[in-house]
Design a protein. Structure first.
Length: 604
């Protein structure tokens, strides 16, 4: 025979949570509007707090402004439709996780009030719980699809909302087990499915060690949570809360708790069940979630810039940097990175600086790094807009010289051969390096023409052969580009510039060149000043004597294109000769050679 005490327990449970029969699927459950959802914050955050309010909490009713409309969950005055307790938890989590993007997802469900007429209204209340669980399952499916299954979840339920989440989590375990792996935490307040001394009870474990929740008898299948969630779940039940402290051993009823809250008209501060937001329980729950949720969810990224772009420094220090991290960027800066060495090993490089949104990592190593590195950064870090790279590393000084004795004069159309050598520390020859030569001439003014690369041989030597294709001055400057710390580890070097004057094979036709000392010269009269015009302003001009093609002097034209140079007729030169001045001018918008000539006679 079933005792009166058992019947009384069933009756009180129904009175508290609104159901007097075992949980079964019911027809006529409250309908949810298609694709209705209410998210406060990022639509695809790092953490989505899915919160279910308790019985009678706003919004209520149907129609415009009722619980079925997503717009009813956008009012801060009603805690975005999650109730004061859940909203306080959400705020605590936001404060605890500054590097996480935390959003609030309100469960759109009736949250019906506890009915006074159990016979007629009990099934309707049960339908509210069942509809809430279905709404959670549907909303999780929507978020998963919209966010490519990357969101982590926190579930928080108060009173009837806690019961809703128990049922929803068991449904997810059956239909979407992959989601459970991304459940970061769960909190229950005033839980009708409360089980004393359970693993998930995080506070008042001794004071609540006797009584269990009102729904544990009515809906035993929804008790607890899936095993994998227990370490991340916190259940908070205040002593004397008649909803989570309902039944004792053998089915005894906590009449005292029920009477106390009834006498206090269920007012916050006087009734434990309505006092979670005004006590330390929410603060403790937020602290618990903070302890089980990482400060940020990270991803592993690799350097975004090739190591070949790193610059050279002296010493043995290697420096990496990551931008888009730190407080200024709203992301945690990694404490270290893993950098790959040229010998295949990996080294941990610790962070040594953080300035603005740039973190610096520095180490000393005699072994070269490749420039490749890995780091764990916030999932929102975007390699398209941020940089992770090796900035600098050690290089050795190099010396670049021309070794060939270049002629001062070359003949137009004939080859010019240059040889040089690249050496490193202590004069050691550097083989296999690239050398480039910058060539300036009448037609290669400005930056000049870049030739090469020419690869140094085992002795560090290189050779360049060019054709003297236009008249006038030609200069050649060898350069060894900085090879960077991850390659040869050489600083850039530049050799001294060599100048060659290219002269015509024979005396060209030209305008007259004037001489301050006439056109006849002797052993005692060999010096004169020659003057000419028509050259490009500030251009180089060479004066040579023919035959023999000997360069006598060089000069620079002034702003008006006038040239003046003092020359000395070489000793031993006798007979008829010609002085020529070779430079450049502009004709029909083209740079062309400009020559002036002066026939002379040399006597004893």
């Amino acid at each position: 025979m079933i005792s009166f005490r058992y019947h009384s327990a069933r009756f009180l449970a129904a009175l508290l949570v609104g159901v007097a029969t075992p949980v079964v699927a019911l027809a006529g459950e409250p309908a949810l509007a298609a694709e209705e959802f209410a998210v406060h914050g990022d639509s695809c955050p790092d953490i989505m707090v899915v919160a279910a309010r308790g019985s009678s909490e706003a919004p209520q009713g149907t129609g415009a402004g009722g619980w079925q409309s997503a717009s009813s969950y956008q009012d801060a005055a009603t805690f975005y439709g999650v109730g004061q307790t859940n909203f306080a938890l959400y705020q605590g989590l936001v404060a605890a996780k500054p590097y996480q993007r935390v959003a609030l997802d309100s469960v759109i469900y009736p949250a019906d009030a506890v009915p006074s007429d159990l016979t007629n209204d009990g099934p309707k209340y049960l339908a509210s719980v069942t509809a809430g669980a279905a709404a959670v399952e549907k909303e999780i499916a929507r978020v998963e699809a919209a966010c490519n299954a990357r969101v982590h979840y926190v579930f928080s339920g108060y009173s009837q909302g806690a019961w809703v989440l128990h049922k929803a989590l068991w449904k997810l375990a059956q239909g979407s087990p992959g989601v459970l792996e991304r459940v970061a935490g769960v909190t229950f307040f005033g839980d009708p499915e409360f089980e004393p001394q359970a693993e998930i009870v995080r506070d008042h474990k001794l004071e609540t060690a006797i009584w269990q929740g009102a729904a544990t008898v009515i809906d035993p299948a929804a008790r607890s949570v899936p095993a994998m969630l227990k370490p991340r779940t916190g259940s908070y039940c205040l002593p004397g809360d008649p909803v989570c402290q309902t039944f004792g051993p053998g089915g005894g009823i906590n009449l005292y708790a029920f009477a106390a809250c009834t006498a206090a008209n269920w007012q916050p501060g006087a009734c434990p069940h309505t006092s979670y937001a005004s006590t330390d329980q929410v603060t403790k729950a937020a602290a618990f979630l903070d302890s089980v949720i990482p400060d940020e969810y990270t991803k592993t990224v690799t350097t975004t810039v090739s190591g070949e772009q790193a610059s050279c420094t002296t010493g043995k220090t290697w420096q990496f940097s990551i931008d888009g991290v730190g407080p200024a960027a709203g992301r945690n800066a990694p404490a270290s990175i893993a950098a790959r060495r040229a010998n295949g090993s990996t080294a941990t490089v610790k962070r040594t600086s953080l300035s603005g949104s740039v973190a610096g990592f520095e180490t000393t190593s005699a072994v070269k790094f490749t420039g490749a590195a890995r780091a764990a950064v916030n999932r929102s870090w975007n390699p398209a807009t941020s940089r992770f790279a090796l900035d600098s590393g050690p290089c050795a000084a190099t010396k670049l010289t021309f070794t060939s004795a270049l002629p001062a004069v070359a003949i137009a159309g004939k080859p010019i051969t240059l040889t040089g050598k690249l050496t490193g520390k202590n004069g050691r020859a550097l083989a296999g390096r690239d050398i480039r030569v910058w060539w300036h001439s009448m037609r290669r003014d400005g930056k000049g023409a870049e030739m090469g690369p020419y690869r140094t041989d085992s002795r560090g030597m290189f050779r360049v052969v060019v054709s003297a294709d236009d008249l006038g001055w030609h200069d050649f400057t060898p350069k060894h580009p900085e090879s960077g710390p991850t390659q040869w580890g050489d600083f850039a070097s530049q050799g001294a510039t060599r100048v060659v004057w290219v002269l015509p094979a024979a005396v060209p036709a030209g305008s007259p060149l004037t001489s301050s000392n006439g056109t006849t010269f002797t052993d005692t009269k060999r010096r004169t000043t020659v003057v000419g015009s028509g050259f490009s302003p500030n251009s180089e001009v060479g004066i040579a004597v023919y035959p023999g093609r000997k360069l006598l002097a060089t000069a620079k034209a002034d702003e008006q294109g006038m040239m003046s140079a003092t020359v000395r007729i070489p000793a031993g030169l006798l007979g008829k000769h010609t002085l020529i001045a070779i430079g450049r001018t502009v004709h029909d918008d083209r740079i062309v050679a400009h020559t002036l000539t002066l026939p002379i006679t040399v006597r004893r």
